[in-house]
Design a protein around this ligand. Structure first.
Ligand code: CA
Length: 221
């Protein structure tokens, strides 16, 4: 089981990492929201423990972006205070559970185990478009029973589009939702990834709407 732990308080992060490792989990640690988003996009995790107050991109935004790009990894959010608003917002942005700080380590462990159990049992997590199937848990793509190997970013891009069939999605929207370092990412980068996807999927799946963006439709798949 591989866990992503996102916590900027280094001592707490290290204590949790050591504890979870001792329980047999493989643990990756991110100290800010952007690293968390990058790691979660590149690697499949059984669960993500996500602090809300983070430098750069806060936990709510990380959670929202992951959900927007089709990532349904179970997320346990660490709320800074036991305020009801925090908890409501955590669940509204797509977190599966929350735990107010300070928490007992034993409670964290049991919540995490429950989340992983539930996650495995109840999430179909498969996006479909025509004969195209995207398994969000395993990050695999199949068409007509044939596996298509995609990079993490290609998968995220395709998942984003497939969840918006018949809707024109602009390059700016894709950049904003799928790239962490928006300042250095350009529309050209989106084009490069779309070209790579077309090489793997055929040119018909993702259509260009001139001057507007990209479009996938159920009939075009
Ligand atoms: Ca924090």
């Amino acid at each position: 089981m591989r866990i992503l732990l996102v916590e900027d308080e280094r001592r707490l992060a290290e204590a949790l990492r050591a504890g979870l490792s001792a329980e047999g989990y493989a643990v990756d640690v991110a100290h800010n929201g952007r690293d968390a988003l990058w790691l979660a996009t590149e690697h499949p995790y059984s669960a993500i423990i996500l602090d809300i107050m983070l430098p750069g991109l806060n936990g709510y935004r990380v959670c929202r972006r992951l959900r927007d790009q089709g990532d349904s990894t179970p997320i346990l959010m660490l709320t800074a205070k036991d305020g009801e608003d925090d908890e409501i917002e955590a669940l509204d942005t797509g977190a599966d559970d929350f735990l107010p700080k300070p928490f007992s380590y034993g409670v964290l462990l049991s919540r995490l185990r429950a989340l992983i159990r539930r996650g495995g049992a109840t999430r179909p997590g498969v996006l479909k478009l025509g004969d195209l199937e995207l398994d969000q848990a395993g990050r695999t793509c199949r068409r007509g029973g044939t596996d298509i190997s995609l990079t993490g970013k290609e998968f995220a891009l395709l998942a984003y589009l497939v969840q918006r069939p018949g809707q024109v999605v602009t390059k700016a929207e894709l950049l904003d939702n799928l790239w962490d370092f928006a300042a250095s990412a350009t529309a050209n980068l989106v084009e490069v990834h779309v070209s790579a996807l077309r090489l793997k999927l055929g040119t018909e799946t993702i259509r260009t709407v001139r001057g507007a963006g990209y479009l996938v439709t159920t009939s075009g798949a």
